[in-house]
Design a protein around this ligand. Structure first.
Ligand code: PA5
Length: 446
C-alpha cells in the first residue's frame, strides 16, 4: 500500500494503552465489514467491486464503446448532472488530475444539478447554447429533485439544438429497474449504465458513476481501478492495526472522539486535492453522523486558510483534530528567481523550489497546530495520478465503514437526508403532501 499514515505528532495525545484499548473494537468492526454481517451489510457491494470490475471486460468495453460514440461528435464539454455521491467522486478525481487552467488537450467536465441556484443554471445554459456538449446524468434513485430539474433544463437545450438526435448526446447512470430516470431511459431509448443495488451513492466512485464521466473526459479508468483494487487487496487482507493504515486511521479518529475531539479537519497544502476533502466530508458525514453521534468533518486549504480559519485552529475552541493530506512527489515545480537588488528581501529563498517552501510551510503548520493542542495526523500519497488518488479514495471508504461500525452506527444509510426532502416536496405542492404543506406554511407565517 503506497498511501502512508504518519502519526509522529500524536505522541502527546494518544498512548500505546489507548491503542490497546480500542484495538478489539476496531478488529470487531473490520470483521463486521469483511464478513458482511454488520448493519447495512446489504450495501457492501463496493468492498470488492474494484477487483471485480477490473476483471469484468464487459463493463469496461461498454464504457469504451460509449466513449467512442461520444467522441464521434467531438463534444468540448461533458456535463455531469448529479448530487451527493452521484457527482462528488467524479469531481474529486477530476479536480485532482486536471490542470489548474483551461487545457486545450483535455475535455472539460462541467457540473449541474448539485444545487438549485437559478443564476448558475441560467448561465450554464447560456454558456452551452453555442457549444457542443454531452450530458451524463447520474441518480441512483432516479428521483432526486435537484438533478432531475437540471437534466430537464439540459434536455430542453439539447432537443432545441439536435432535435430527435439529442438522445445520442446523453448517457444515464441509474438503477436497473426503478425510478423516473430508468423509465425515461426506457421510453426515450437512452444509453444507460446500472448502479448495482448493493452500492450506495457515496461508495460508488469506482462504478460507472465515476468511471463513465471520467473516461469520457479522457482519464485512465483502468489505472483508477488498479489503484482501488490494490488498496482493496491489501486492506482486506491485513487485519492488524500496525499493518493496516485504514484500521489505524479509524482507531485514531475514534480515540480522539472519545477524548473530546468531535471535529476532524482535513487540511491540504495542495488546492487540487480540496475536492477530495469535499468527497471525504460527504463520505464520513453521511456515514457517521446519525443517532446523535459522529465526528463532524470539515476541511481547510492551506496556505490560504492559514490567513483565515488558521487563527481559530491555532487558538480557538479546542475541539479539533486535523488530518493533513500530503503528496510525496509532485509532477511540476518552479524555482524562485534571484534578484540582484533583493528589494523584497527574498534572496534567501532564491534557487529554492516552491515545493520546498510549501513543504516547510506544511511542517511548520503541523508543529504549530500540534503545539496549540490539535492532534495531527498525516496521510501521504506518493503522487497525484489516477492510481494513487484511487488508492486514497478506497482507503477512506474502507476506513469510514470501520470507523462507523466502531461508533455503532449503520455506515450505509442516510435517514437524516429525508427530512428536508419531505418539507421541500410539501412546500412545492407535490401531490400527497397536502397536510404537511398546511402545517409548515402555518409555522412559516406565524
Ligand atoms: O451517498 C448517497 O447515497 C447520497 O449522497 C446520494 O448519492 C445523493 O443523495 C444522490 O442520490 P441519487 O443518486 O439517488 O440521486
Amino acid at each position: 500500500m503506497r498511501t502512508k499514515i504518519n502519526v509522529n505528532l500524536l505522541k502527546d495525545f494518544l498512548t500505546e494503552e489507548d491503542f490497546n484499548q480500542i484495538d478489539p473494537f476496531i478488529i470487531h468492526a473490520s470483521k463486521l465489514l469483511l464478513e458482511r454481517n454488520g448493519r447495512g451489510s446489504e450495501f457492501t457491494g463496493w468492498l470488492h467491486w474494484p477487483t471485480q470490475c477490473l476483471g469484468n471486460a464487459k463493463i469496461l468495453s461498454e464504457i469504451q464503446d460509449c466513449k467512442k460514440d461520444i467522441d464521434a461528435f467531438s463534444p468540448d464539454y461533458i456535463v455531469v448532472v448529479g448530487i451527493g455521491g452521484s457527482y462528488l467522486g467524479t469531481k474529486a478525481v477530476y479536480d485532482a488530475l486536471k490542470d489548474h487552467f483551461p487545457d486545450k488537450n483535455k475535455r472539460e467536465i462541467l457540473f449541474a444539478g448539485h444545487h438549485l441556484d437559478p443564476s448558475y443554471h441560467q448561465q450554464l445554459l447560456a454558456f452551452l447554447e453555442d457549444k457542443n456538449f454531452a450530458v451524463v446524468v447520474i441518480s441512483k434513485s432516479g428521483t432526486t429533485t435537484e438533478p432531475a430539474i437540471a437534466f430537464r433544463l439540459l434536455r430542453a437545450l439539447l432537443q432545441k439544438k439536435h432535435g430527435s438526435e439529442s438522445r445520442k448526446c446523453i448517457v444515464a447512470i441509474t438503477d436497473e429497474k426503478i425510478g423516473a430516470l430508468r423509465s425515461l431511459c426506457d421510453k426515450e431509448n437512452l444509453r444507460s449504465f446500472v448502479i448495482d443495488d448493493d452500492i450506495g451513492g457515496r461508495f460508488s466512485v469506482f462504478t460507472p458513476v465515476g468511471l463513465v464521466p471520467l473516461a469520457l473526459a479522457g482519464f485512465n479508468i483502468e489505472e483508477m481501478l488498479k489503484g482501488a483494487s490494490d488498496a482493496e487487496t491489501y486492506l482486506c487482507s491485513h487485519q492488524k492495526l500496525e499493518d493496516n493504515p485504514a484500521l489505524k486511521y479509524a482507531a485514531i479518529r475514534n480515540l480522539l472522539y472519545q477524548k473530546g475531539k468531535p471535529i476532524e479537519l482535513q487540511s491540504t497544502f495542495y488546492p487540487s486535492l480540496s475536492t477530495i476533502s469535499e468527497w471525504w466530508k460527504q463520505l464520513f458525514g453521511e456515514s457517521e453522523g446519525k443517532e446523535h453521534k459522529g465526528i463532524f468533518p470539515a476541511s481547510l486549504t492551506f496556505t490560504s486558510d492559514l490567513h483565515s480559519l488558521g487563527q481559530f485552529v491555532q487558538d480557538g475552541l479546542r475541539v479539533f483534530f486535523e488530518t493533513f493530506i500530503t503528496v510525496k512527489d509532485l509532477k511540476s515545480d518552479i524555482e524562485i528567481p534571484l534578484f540582484e537588488d533583493d528589494n523584497d528581501g527574498l534572496n534567501y529563498l532564491a534557487g529554492k523550489s516552491l515545493s520546498f517552501v510549501n513543504r516547510k510551510a506544511e511542517s511548520a503548520t503541523q508543529l504549530a497546530h500540534s503545539d496549540g493542542g490539535v492532534p495531527v495526523i498525516e496521510i501521504e500519497i506518493p503522487d497525484i495520478t489516477e492510481y494513487s488518488i484511487s488508492e486514497l479514495l478506497y482507503f477512506f471508504e474502507f476506513s469510514c465503514a470501520v470507523s462507523a461500525y466502531t461508533l455503532q452506527v449503520n455506515p450505509f444509510d442516510q435517514p437524516g437526508v429525508e427530512a428536508y426532502k419531505k418539507n421541500m416536496f410539501a412546500l412545492l405542492g407535490k401531490e400527497g403532501y397536502e397536510e404537511l404543506k398546511e402545517k409548515l406554511e402555518k409555522r412559516l407565517d406565524s
